[in-house]
Write a protein that binds this ligand. Structure first.
Ligand SMILES: [Zn+2]
Length: 342
């Protein structure tokens, strides 16, 4: 083959290789109002409170006092009995990590967790309140983007339930906090349901609507970079030792200037770690090093403006002397789970 004829082949091979590396994502249902200007009311299913915001991610429940870890996507199709029939799609290639077929065990009801690799970041997507899991779908099975994995429903284990007319898909994009959660959690709750690592308490997410819109705007968006740009609310130091989060998310660990004695972990208001800086003895004061040796995480930096944005978490609070910050009880629990090794 001559060079002029070979050239288009080389170019198209290059383009294919480049596109293979880019993220390939679709919406979780056929409802695409998310991507239409002014489409929020057609996309987000409100709670009984009735506001569109109550179906979004964040401190949107109970007048801003309660956190919603995902988004609630409105139903478009119903059968004659009024039951939702919208197919639920895998948003990207990946594999089935977990399926809960017993709705009575979780407020997610019947739910599926898929695992993906997005720009070398290990990430999960979660699909909840399903009426049915696709026939034959099993854990570890590979799935393709757009594959039907379930049918929308209103399953849950809460006393009040989800009314049929409010049927929706609860969708999350999240990360496993700790691969040894299945050992940690039963010690805290002997009644723990048999969900292994795929209990909602071990999954920490980011706003799926914001990410899906960012992706629609720019298909070349890099997921690792996107996560690193989530707003940092505070940082805390933990003593340097092998931490599961660092193994799961090496992309977050910044270069070290020497042998680290601590890791400074940056978190969003809701406790998603987004960046980790190894800190050497020279970078820390003596009192800090002594406190860290006692094994307690120490709040290092606080972004008060960011904390004020979302007051439903309070992972950090002012200390009793009022001259600094400390982790709250839920903040300590968050770090205990993040740093636990059996
Ligand atoms: Zn929800």
């Amino acid at each position: 083959m001559s060079w002029p004829r070979l050239f288009p082949l080389i170019i198209s091979t290059f383009i294919l290789a480049a596109t293979a590396r880019a993220l390939d994502i679709c919406l979780p249902t056929s409802n695409d109002a998310l991507l239409r200007p002014g489409g929020d009311a057609d996309y987000f299913q409100p709670t009984v409170e009735g506001t569109v915001e109550s179906g979004m991610f964040g401190c949107v429940r109970s007048k801003g006092r309660r956190f919603h870890e995902g988004i609630d996507i409105k139903c478009l199709q119903r059968n004659r009995r009024g039951e939702p029939t919208d197919p639920v799609h895998a948003v990207a290639d990946g594999k089935v990590a977990f399926i809960n077929t017993k709705p009575g065990l979780s407020n997610y009801g019947r739910y599926i967790v898929l695992q993906h690799n997005w720009d070398n970041v290990s990430v999960c997507t979660l699909y909840a309140h399903l009426s049915e899991v696709a026939a034959g779908l099993v854990v570890d099975q590979p799935v393709k983007k757009g594959q039907i994995i379930a049918t929308m429903g209103h399953s849950t284990n809460t006393r009040e339930g989800i009314a049929r007319d409010r049927a929706h898909l609860h969708f999350e994009i999240n990360f496993l906090l700790n691969p040894d959660f299945h050992i940690w959690y039963p010690k805290h709750d002997p009644q723990a349901p048999p969900f292994g690592n795929f209990n909602g308490k071990n999954l920490i997410g980011l706003d799926p609507a914001a990410f899906l819109r960012a992706y629609a705007d720019n298909r070349k968006v890099n997921f690792a970079e996107y996560v690193s740009k989530q707003p940092i609310a505070f940082t805390a130091l933990v003593g340097a030792r092998p931490l599961p989060w660092l193994t799961l998310h090496p992309e977050q660990v910044q270069p070290a200037s020497g042998i680290p004695v601590a890791y400074e972990i940056a978190m969003t208001t809701w406790g998603l770690p987004v960046m980790v800086w190894p800190r050497t003895a020279q970078e820390l004061g003596g009192p800090q090093r002594r406190l860290l040796q006692r094994g307690r995480p120490l709040v290092q930096r606080v972004n008060e403006a960011e904390l004020a944005q979302a007051t439903c978490h309070e992972l950090v609070k002012r200390n009793s002397r009022g001259n600094g910050w400390m982790l709250s009880e839920s903040g300590r629990e968050c770090f205990e789970l993040l740093t636990y090794t059996p």
